[in-house]
Design a protein around this ligand. Structure first.
Ligand SMILES: *Cc1c(COP(=O)(O)O)cnc(C)c1O
Length: 371
């Protein structure tokens, strides 16, 4: 058998990510590959940094994209900030909080878990009790937008509580960045990570991160080496950290960064506030259509993520069959339930480039036909 070029089918991606990538971003990625220390490329990396500072609403110097998907941004935050023996309070209200626990323990830290029901926001009162009960905790970690359930937590309040008790914060904003309001400096978030393939609508493979001065200071004060060579910020910053002299650390995914750059230019052109408003508008439109079909939401209204709509599968409906018919007959991808919610919910993404009225109508019509 002769294997020939791979031509992917044209799908509409309305799951939990990756989201649809625009022609502009795809074309940017098809441009000629440069050497990763070429002055022209380094100039572009500096622009990526400035554009990420805008998207995160931060002036943090330590802002860049880890050369790997969101999970690596997560590891980067934990590997650098957690030292063996550190006590870390992890708020869990879905799948990704569980991964935070894994990260803490693999870094030699002690995770204190604060559990909330899946589909609800993190309860600030429970965090406060845990902070009082664990005065020796040094970090608080939580997920701003839980993609496994579609619930959004009040990051500003949770960070305030952590700081009141002398803890630094690690916040997962893989799904929230540019989809819902996120103000890194105003909210005083210490360490944050995101992903390229959710509301930024670039292909997967890059993880924007940002660290404020307090987080950078904790990393400088470490008495043990960061256990991951690849993610050690002291080394990575020699590569990303401006001022002309750039030391070779690893080869940046050059064309992938062209894509992220273009997606961030698109965010800047639209404006963050307009992007947040568009995600909300299309969510309300989808919601109206779903409710007309008798399909309800998992998450209470005030905590719902507009970019990730988790709906309960109607009684007697075959989950896998519906999703495979949507894919095969309509080229439409929606997400299945994760973990404890497998088989119980669908996750309909309206992320970034894919958050538009045309997709809302297409999804509603396709679902109606299949159901
Ligand atoms: C998608 C996601 C991740 C993981 O990102 P990958 O790019 O798949 O590694 C982490 N946290 C949340 C909340 C996510 O939605």
């Amino acid at each position: 058998m002769t294997i020939t070029s791979f031509i992917p089918p044209r799908r509409t991606l309305m799951g939990p990510g990756p989201s649809d990538v625009s022609e502009r971003v795809l074309q940017a990625m098809a441009r000629p590959t440069l050497g990763h220390l070429d002055p022209a490329f380094i100039g572009m990396m500096n622009e990526v940094k400035a554009l990420l500072q805008y998207a995160f609403q931060t002036k943090n110097e330590l802002t860049f994209a880890v050369s790997a998907p969101g999970s690596a941004g997560m590891e980067c935050c934990f590997a650098n900030l957690v030292e063996p023996g550190d006590k870390v309070i992890v708020c869990q209200n879905g799948v990704f909080g569980g991964r935070m626990q894994e990260n803490v323990e693999r870094c030699g830290g002690v995770a204190v878990m604060v559990q909330d029901d899946w589909g609800t926001a993190v309860d600030p009162h429970k965090l406060e009790s845990a902070l009082v009960a664990n005065p020796d905790a040094v970090l608080v970690a939580f997920v701003h937008a839980e993609t496994s359930t579609g619930a959004q937590s009040d990051a500003k309040t949770l960070v305030e509580l952590a700081h009141k008790h002398g803890c630094l914060t690690i916040v997962d904003t893989v799904t929230s960045l540019t989809g819902t309001p996120l103000l890194v400096d105003d909210w005083n978030i210490d360490a944050i990570y995101s992903g390229s393939q959710k509301c930024l609508s670039a292909p997967p493979g890059l993880s924007p991160v940002s660290f404020n001065e307090r987080a950078a200071e904790k990393i400088r004060q470490r008495t043990t080496k960061v256990q991951s060579w690849f993610l050690d910020l002291n080394l990575v910053m020699g590569y990303w950290g401006g001022e002309g002299k750039r030391a070779y650390h690893h080869t940046a995914p050059v064309n992938c960064l062209y894509g992220l750059h273009e997606s961030l230019v698109i965010v800047q052109e639209e404006g963050l506030e307009n992007s947040w408003a568009r995600h909300q508008r299309n969510h309300l439109s989808l919601r109206a259509g779903l409710e007309e079909m008798g399909v309800g939401f998992l998450v209470p209204e005030e905590d719902r993520l507009p970019q990730l709509n988790t709906v309960t599968i109607p009684e007697g409906v075959d989950d896998a069959l519906v999703r495979s018919r949507l894919l095969n007959e309509f080229d439409l991808e929606i997400g299945a339930g994760l973990g404890a919610l497998a088989g119980k919910v669908w996750r309909i993404g309206l992320m970034g480039h894919a958050s538009n009225q045309k997709n809302v109508d297409f999804c509603l019509n396709s679902l109606r036909a299949v159901l």
